[in-house]
Design a protein around this ligand. Sequence first.
Ligand SMILES: Nc1ncnc2c1ncn2[C@@H]1O[C@H](COP(=O)(O)OP(=O)(O)OP(=O)(O)O)[C@@H](O)[C@H]1O
Ligand SMILES: [Mg+2]
Length: 386
Amino acid sequence: MNETTESPAVKLTGLTKSFGANQVVQPLDLEIGRNEFFSILGPSGCGKTTLMRMITGFETPSGGSVELDGKNVDSVPTKSRDLNMLFQSYALFPHLSVYENVAFELRVRRTPKREIDGRVQDALALVRLQAFAERKPAELSGGQRQRVALARAVVGRPAVVLLDEPLGALDQKLRKEMQFELKRMQREVGITFIYVTHDQEEALTMSDRIAVMSEGRVLQVASPTEIYDAPASRFVATFIGSCNVLDGAVSADGRGVVVPGLGELNAAVPADARPGSGVTLAIRPERVTLSPATTVAATAPLGGVAGTLVERVFLGDEWTFHVRLDSDVVMTVSVPSGQAAAALGAIPDGAPVLLSWAAADARVLPADGSTTAAPSSAPLSSEVSA
Ligand SMILES: Nc1ncnc2c1ncn2[C@@H]1O[C@H](COP(=O)(O)OP(=O)(O)OP(=O)(O)O)[C@@H](O)[C@H]1O
Ligand SMILES: [Mg+2]
């Protein structure tokens, strides 16, 4: 914005890690901003913890470099980096009180005694555990112990806090509460959070930006809404939220997608898409409108697809409908419970129905995405022609 351009809190350049012959983090470039809540999301074993450990210095990269606040830290040991990490399996000192667990790091860092009490009290207030200062970890619930670990991670006010699945052990309700607490805490203390989670809903609700990883690669870095509404690949579309995917090809006039057995479907075909090229259509369940087959005329302009209602499942806040299309593919439609779902109550299971969606809600993705989900003929034919 002005001439004093701030360096990012974290900058990774060509960062990579191999264990023996196994390259678990592929060369990676990434910048994480100051005070950003940045989440890393991906399936088990994709390299999230390894990436975090390289940022902290607990793990030595096989290549590339790490900068913190504009300074290269490749030869700076963990204890001298301005960060703290809350591990996936953290441990509290069982013989120390909550207070002393939180104060521990400050004492190790030789923080002046008169500062320690204020900082510990602040950290305990952040996680709402002031009243528990004298308890031992064994006298706390799992969620309270987790909050002690959080207080300990932020008490030194590091520039960057890395949290590896910090809410993993908590039940759904406590997890939700802690999500709000964490977000509030991060805003209050102005720390950069790098947050690893398996839970996509958690990443969507908390993050400024999300990186989706698979097999050691970062597939997409974007805001939660962009990741959800404009996934760049089939992997991202199906990993974040649920998504209907249909394989097809761009129609001859380049305005829709032809899916075998279903004909031409409404889709947001990019202007540069080649007619006939193979693509994957990705449509979120809540963007699909389900209507009785008798309303064909009314919905026809939206490009309806015929199918049979197989079953419906009540999930509390929504109903999920499964509809078998003529191509035998089963599509999922979600409808908020309440009036909208009640109106569909009259449609019996087994009845013919019509599905429709706005073109903008049917994302057109490359057929092979960036995963191994590509049809097996694609890599074969390219090998043959090479
Ligand atoms: N010290 C090690 N030696 C050899 N292989 C390792 C080592 N640490 C991790 N790996 C391997 O590296 C890959 C990535 O591991 P990592 O712990 O980073 O995954 P993750 O994304 O954090 O998974 P999870 O979500 O299960 O915690 C895995 O295949 C793992 O087996
Ligand atoms: Mg991990």
